[in-house]
Every structure is written in C-alpha cells, then in structure tokens.
Design a protein around this ligand. Structure first.
Ligand code: NAD
Ligand code: MN
Length: 346
C-alpha cells in the first residue's frame, strides 16, 4: 500500500469527541504505516433526525473504497422511532463484518509484568437470534411470541477460523468454544461441532499448536468472574458473545477503555465498545482511550503490528502512570489532555 485510506464515522454523542482523538493518534505514527488519508463520513441518529436517513448510501459506497474504518457510537432511542434502524447493525451486514473481536486486557503495574486479565471474545456478528425474525400469535392461553435462532455451518466455520487465527498470534494459543448444547443440541451442537472441526477442515496442520476447549455458557460466565485467567480466546454465537463481552469489560474497569473491531474477510472497522454516552456528551470529558485502542486493533488486524504495539504501549503507560485520566477513571482531565498524554508517549 502507498497510503492507508481510513473512513471516519463519529456518528452520535461522544463519538464526535473520541473519533477525532483516535485520528490524531494515527496521525502521530511514523513509518510503521503507509501515509493515512482520512475520509469523513456521516451516519447516526442525529443525522436521521435532521435528514430522515441514518445510514446514507454514499457512506456505504465510500467505505467500500476505504482500506478500513473507525466508527464512534450511535444513540438508539429506547422507544421505537418510525423509519429508524441502527446504522451500526446495518453496516455490519452490508460490509459482511461477521466477527466482533473484543480484547479485554488489564494493565499490569509494571510494564514487564503479564497483565492479570488478557482474553479475547470473538463474537459471531451476523446470525443467531439477531436475524430478528420474531412473530406473535394468539394461542389457547393468550399471546405467544416466537423467535428464529439461525446457526449455519458457514458462519460457525468462519467465526471459528477467525478464533483459531487470533489464538495463533497469542502466547497461550487456546480457544474455548462457548455453547449450550446440553439443552440446544441442534443449534448449539452445530456451532460447537463446526468450530471444533475447523483444524481438520482447514487441514495442513496450521492449527496443530492451538488447544481447543469448551464451556457451557452459564458456567463460562461464572468462571469468567471467578477466574478470568483461565481464558485466552473465547468464541461464541452472537447472543452469548454479546453478553459475555459486556460482562468481561466489567473486569477491567471503565467502558471507556475497551476496544473492538468488526471484521470480515475484506474489511475491518474499529469501534469502541461503549455507546454515545448522552450523559457526558459535549463536555469534553469522554475517555478517548477505547477509541485509540480500537484504532490500534484495526491496524493490528491489517498487519501493522508495530504501529499497534506502539499505540497500545502509549495508552498503557498513561493508564499506569495515572496522572492524566478522565473522570470515569477517577481523574480530572479532559479528553484533549488524555490525548496529549498519549501523543507525547507515541
Ligand atoms: P453508554 O456506553 O453510552 O454509557 C454507559 C455509561 O458509561 C455512561 O454513564 C457513560 O457516561 C459512561 N461512558 C461510556 N463511554 C465512556 C467514555 N468513553 N468515557 C467516559 N465515560 C463513558 O451506554 P448507554 O448509556 O446505555 O447508552 C447510551 C446510548 O448509546 C444509547 O442510545 C444506546 O443505544 C447507545 N449504544 C450504542 C452502542 C454502539 O454504538 N455500538 C453501544 C451501546 C450503547
Ligand atoms: Mn452489547
């Protein structure tokens, strides 16, 4: 690549404050990455309120011309608003970003020490109950609501393969497949068996060094809280993955710290795990570290490990020193001051 074309979609609330910080951190990198070129793109609930469109077609088309993207956060109204549906859910579908990858890593007191918590949740992003096929009927005893839960071999294989690939790049090289096939033997059985079969189906011994384990989802959450150290890469169907990754974020403190990427075979989009935080939006105190880490994760996914390491180290150092932190971490600093502290260490 001669240059790296990065789409920026700050969207709503604090997305407008933290995505510019992530951009500044990328701009501060040197020769670790090709020259970045940023493309500002619109989406979100605020845009919908003004124009009637939450995800303009131009945004989707422009993204197809980018190498990668960063997404801020959207506000989704609690009560259904006619004509509105979440642009992030739509984008995951339109760009076939089938994996949501969320590393949850604590910062050790000494840079030489291993972090106490260091795991990655790999969540299937396209099916399970999120196909949103719900029906209501009237039965003998009143209303009956039903939902379709779709699990396909194709989606289970590709998310399993993503988990194995991520495990290969980590020291412990362990994949834990999360399921409930003791009860849901058909759907979760297919998920578990397909993930377990990935090394054999891929062949060539590529994953010989990866250890595969499995856990029933409820006990997996229990053990996640009791002994998070037992996990390395956790791979799960959409709903379990959603719940487990939010729960895991609680283990490391603030939502303002946890990054993610939405990844497909041809595109990757970084996105902080947090939402638009209307309670603090516009005050300049949003924590930009989750977004900066999401930018690092996006670059790592594209193969720019040195750039990602450099950004992650700078963020860890700011957290470890504890002098310049936003209020969510008990500090008094502004978004821009935390960003400056990161830039100084880059
Ligand atoms: P939220 O993540 O926006 O906020 C939860 C709490 O964490 C708030 O007190 C907020 O101030 C704090 N917080 C979050 N990010 C922070 C940061 N970077 N720095 C400092 N504090 C931070 O969740 P919510 O309040 O439940 O939802 C608000 C809106 O965001 C809703 O409309 C919701 O639908 C949406 N949302 C969007 C996404 C997404 O875009 N993927 C995810 C979750 C929620
Ligand atoms: Mn969630």
């Amino acid at each position: 690549r001669q240059k790296l074309k990065i789409g920026l979609i700050p969207a709503d609330g604090i997305g407008q404050e933290v995505i510019p910080a992530a951009r500044a951190a990328i701009e501060a990198l040197g020769s670790e990455i090709p020259k970045p070129e940023f493309v500002d793109l619109a989406a979100g609930f605020e845009l919908f309120s003004a124009s009637g469109e939450a995800l303009p077609e131009e945004t989707v088309q422009a993204l197809k011309d980018c190498d990668c993207a960063l997404f801020g956060a959207v506000s989704s109204p609690v009560n259904k608003v006619a004509g509105y549906s979440s642009p992030i859910v739509a984008l995951r579908k339109r760009l076939d970003l089938y994996a949501n990858v969320r590393p949850v890593i604590s910062v050790a007191a000494n840079p030489e020490d291993k972090p106490d918590i260091d795991l990655v949740v790999v969540r299937e992003n396209t099916e399970c109950l999120y196909v949103k096929q719900e029906t209501m009927s009237i039965g003998e005893h009143g209303k009956e609501a039903r939902a379709t839960r779709l699990i396909t071999e194709r989606a289970s294989h590709r998310i399993g393969k993503m988990a194995f690939e991520i495990a290969l790049g980590r020291p412990r090289k362990q994949v834990t497949v999360i399921h409930k096939s003791n009860v849901l033997s058909v759907t979760d059985g297919l998920f578990r068996d397909t993930v377990r079969a990935v090394p054999r189906v891929v062949g060539d011994g590529r994953y010989d060094s990866v250890k595969i384990e499995e856990q029933i989802v409820d006990s997996a959450v229990y053990r996640l809280f009791r002994e998070p150290q037992i996990y390395d890469v956790m791979v799960a169907p959409n709903l379990y993955g959603d719940i487990i990754s939010d729960a895991a974020a609680a283990l490391v403190g603030s939502l303002g710290l946890v990054p993610s990427v939405n990844a497909g075979d041809n595109f990757v989009m970084g996105e902080p795990v947090h939402g638009s935080a209307p309670d603090i939006a516009g005050r300049g105190i949003a924590n930009p570290l989750a977004s900066i880490r999401s930018a690092a994760l996006m670059l790592r996914h594209l193969g720019y490990a040195a750039a990602a390491d450099k950004m992650d180290k700078a963020v860890d150092q700011v957290i470890r020193e504890g002098q310049v932190l936003t209020p969510d971490l008990g500090g008094k600093s502004k978004t821009t001051e935390v960003l400056d502290a990161v830039l100084k260490r880059l």
